[in-house]
Design a protein around this ligand. Sequence first.
Ligand code: IYR
Length: 230
Amino acid sequence: MTTPDHITRNGYTHVIYEADSFSANESVERSKAFHEWLDTRRSVREYSNQEVPKEIIDNLIKSASTAPSGAHKQPWTFCAVSNPALKSEIRKAAEAEEKESYEHRMSERWKKDLEPLGTDMYKPFLEVAPWLIIAFKKVYEFDEQGNKHNNYYVNESIGIACGMLISAIHNAGLVTLTHTPSPMNFLTKILDRPSNERAFLLLPVGYPKSPAYVPDIHRKSLEEVAVYYD
Ligand code: IYR
């Protein structure tokens, strides 16, 4: 019997999926190489103002948008900002929130935990980096009749998409940082987003300043993060 190239389930077409096929040894090598490459990624706070072509940003967003999502709703919009006036407006508003956070909202313990990272209320990277990508989650959608429908697992979905975006940025030889000025609703206003979208994460994208310094911190070992049940 020949294998059909598609079947029907619940009246919907399902097509054959073929995964890449590697030998066990090849898989070991590839998984090792991937980890070693991913482990070279660092969150970078010091940017060069060197331009990044829009085509690269298009590809990064397309990569992020390959993420799995609840009921395949793809509940996200990625806003890519290179306009200097808008970047300045975002910096001004973000720094105003950060000032409030650092001076009043964050606990002493929290600020102590951030000391090794060297963060503060000043965010020059919001103007220096050639691009800011702001990931908005779509909490609900409107159907043709204008009725609201909640999306599913929205935080999980956009979190995964942002993880894939960060990996895509690293793959392109660019750097980023997960910036979360809180609250982030000023971004809805500045970028004129519809009411069903909430800002989730702001990522500056660009080349690092030369030299760029990052904190001398290290990742947990496998033993610290994994538990096996054989
Ligand atoms: N949003 C602030 C504070 C901050 C909080 C955490 I948790 C960090 O890992 C880093 C920073 C800021 O961007 O400075």
